[in-house]
Ligand binder design. Structure first.
Ligand code: F6R
Length: 617
């Protein structure tokens, strides 16, 4: 979490810092600030802690203002230690302002270090853990160490994963960046006039397409046109820059009101993209060239564990159900923050598949690391190319949805599900669990998937009226069974995170085991009940809710008249093969959360207390 951007070049850093922070703002938008080394060699900071308005307020203050300098660092914050306000905004400075730092991560031993620094006479100006780093670097600089050496020394004192950038009045032409552990990456690039570094490659695109990713335990110095990489012992490292494949256009809203509405609308394209070069609609064949497993390994797998967090976990649940049903391998999906700590039995016969949009989620990375050490073959289903997860995994299955900026995942969910379904078919065929004909049949179904999802997107006006009604409730229940359970969980998650309405996702069969006690006119229930083998059971659940005075909305298949007779509201999704139903039922739930958020005056692109990339536990 938190976004970092740094510039060292021939021009005024200020507009570049603001532009860079806009690109990484999705990582945290509680506060924003910059520190610039001005023409006198002094460090000057400007910060705003106005919640979601911080960056815009900062931009209004500094763009076209008198602050200028060729070197600077900037930060957008997702608060962990200390309230959202100006004093806790980064960058933080050392006691005599000789050093400024911007930090991403958590300093686990900060209280102990803070006490030690206070005892030595340092006065703290913020409640953050990060300020400790500013003072530790400042003390080292004052003792005569170079900025690079000072940052390394400071980092050696702290516990926890960290990414930090720093400037010093002693070396005013330079920014130093350091990465320890998996807390958010740092990516660096340069052109003839400037060098830049940031938490995400997307922020570097206006400057260069050639970038270097810092590995944990590496430190970098940048100045106009020069980038120097070192290990923590000061040995120079040479790493060939890689070309960024991403497109800056993705980071623009175009004519859409929000990134989220743009990304929902892009889902048919995201699906196409996830199938490109994999599903061959002309021949009915399916290949997954990225899978680096031998035939022997594929045959010897006796369990698949999918892991991820939030929406990515829901994609993993879908993946587990299709892998088990098609490839006949016992498969489970497990929350990474649980998996990493429960000492699970993994090994060479358990295929572990992590699902992560960002490739930076701390818990997912830790679970992956655990799997790697246990000797499990390890795959990652991922959007952001070059992120840490690609380096931990044995192989990467890119989902290729295109950069997702809205905090709530939508198109990356759909593209991850598309990728996982193809993985299921691939494994099934490789193990002989399904025939070539069945592969061709499924590939034929996949050919229609973008249009089924397009048709689901047309439900905007029906879903908007339902959103108006549901926005009046304080509690909502989302029910599903089988492949619709992850959809129900996702519907509830989206409603919580965007509309701030308490919502629970439940297996419909669980109702009688306690949840029914909540039913009544004060809680509305959304039921995912497309026409399939569990439909009759879902109808019974709907009747039970109705019998207790609850209001019910059903996501049903077009043509289903029974749904209309039993429920208060029906959203009809297009008819499609049962295997693909979760794709068409999840879309109206995404729109429902988006529209409900708008009715309630929430900002769907910047839900409170959240950030797109969760690089701390
Ligand atoms: C919810 C959402 C989050 C993420 C979760 C994992 O809309 O986006 O629940 O799915 O934080 O993030 P990644 O996929 O980057 O590992």
């Amino acid at each position: 979490m938190c976004g970092i951007f740094a510039y060292a070049g021939d021009e005024n850093a200020v507009p570049f810092l603001i532009e860079g922070l806009r690109a990484v703002e999705y990582r945290g938008y509680d506060s924003a600030g910059i520190a610039v080394v001005d023409e006198h060699g002094d460090i000057r900071t400007v910060k705003r802690g106005d919640h979601k308005a911080s960056l815009e307020n900062l931009a209004q203050t500094v763009i076209g203002g008198e602050l200028s300098g060729n070197v600077g660092i900037g930060h957008t914050r997702w608060a962990t230690h200390g309230e959202v306000n100006q004093k806790n905004s980064h960058p933080h400075t050392s006691h005599n302002s000789s050093v400024a730092i911007a930090h991403n991560g958590i300093i686990e031993n900060f209280l102990q270090l803070k006490d030690e620094l206070i005892e030595s006479g340092i006065v703290f100006l913020s409640d953050t853990d990060s300020e400790v780093l500013a003072h530790l670097v400042g003390i080292a600089v004052e003792s005569g160490a170079s900025l690079r050496e000072s940052v390394v020394r400071a980092a050696a004192r702290i516990k926890g994963n960290t990414a930090v950038v720093a400037v010093s009045v002693n070396e005013p032409e330079k920014v130093v960046g350091l990465r320890v552990g998996n807390a958010g990456g740092i990516v660096v690039g340069s052109n003839a006039h400037s060098s830049v570094m940031a938490s995400d490659t997307i922020a570097l695109l206006p400057h260069t397409r050639q970038v270097v990713y810092l590995e944990p335990g590496e430190v970098v110095e940048i100045e106009a046109g020069a980038v120097r990489l070192f290990d923590l012992d000061g040995n120079a490292i040479y790493r060939q820059p890689v070309e960024i494949g991403r497109n800056f256009e993705a980071a623009k809203k175009g004519n859409y009101a929000h990134f989220m509405s743009k990304e929902i609308a892009e889902q048919p394209d995201a699906i196409q993209s996830a199938m490109r070069g994999r599903a061959n609609f002309a021949t009915g064949a399916l290949s997954l060239p990225e899978v680096e497993l031998t035939q022997h390994q594929i045959k010897s797998i006796d369990r698949v564990v999918l892991t991820g967090m939030g929406t990515s976990l829901h994609a993993g649940m879908f993946g587990a159900s299709v892998i088990e049903s098609l490839a006949r391998i016992p498969s489970v999906a497990e929350n990474s923050s649980e998996l990493r700590y429960r000492d699970p039995v993994l090994g060479p016969k358990t295929l572990v598949v992590a699902v992560t949009q960002s490739g930076e989620t701390a818990d997912t990375l830790a679970a992956m690391e655990f799997a790697r050490q246990a000797g499990s073959p390890l795959a990652v289903v991922l959007e952001i190319d070059g992120s840490q997860a690609t380096r931990v995994a044995d192989f990467t299955l890119p989902v290729r949805a295109g950069q997702e900026i809205g905090v709530a995942s939508t198109k990356t969910l759909i593209a991850s599900m598309t990728t996982l379904l193809q993985l299921a078919v691939f494994l099934a065929r490789a193990r002989g669990a399904i025939s070539e004909n069945r592969v061709a049949e499924i590939v034929g179904m996949l050919a229609g998937l973008p249009s089924y999802v397009s048709a689901a997107l047309d439900l905007d006006s029906e879903v908007s009226s339902l959103a108006g009604r549901l926005s009046e409730f304080a509690d909502l229940l989302f029910l599903g069974r089988g492949a619709q359970l992850p959809v129900a969980l996702e519907g509830a998650l989206k409603m919580k995170e965007l509309a701030y309405i308490h919502a629970e996702g439940y297996p419909a069969g669980e109702m009688k085991h306690g949840v029914n006690a909540l039913l009544g006119p004060d809680m509305a229930t959304v039921v995912c009940a497309p026409t399939n083998n569990l439909y009759e059971k879902m109808l019974s659940n709907i009747s039970e809710v109705k019998a207790r005075g609850g209001e019910v909305a059903v996501i049903a298949t077009v043509g289903d008249e029974s749904a209309q007779r039993v429920a208060d509201h029906v959203i009809y999704v297009p008819e499609c093969p049962e295997l693909l139903q979760p794709f068409v039922t999840v879309v109206p739930l995404q729109i429902l959360a988006y529209r409900t958020a708008l009715v309630l005056g929430r900002d769907p692109d910047k839900p409170r207390n959240l950030a797109k990339t969760v690089t701390v536990e």
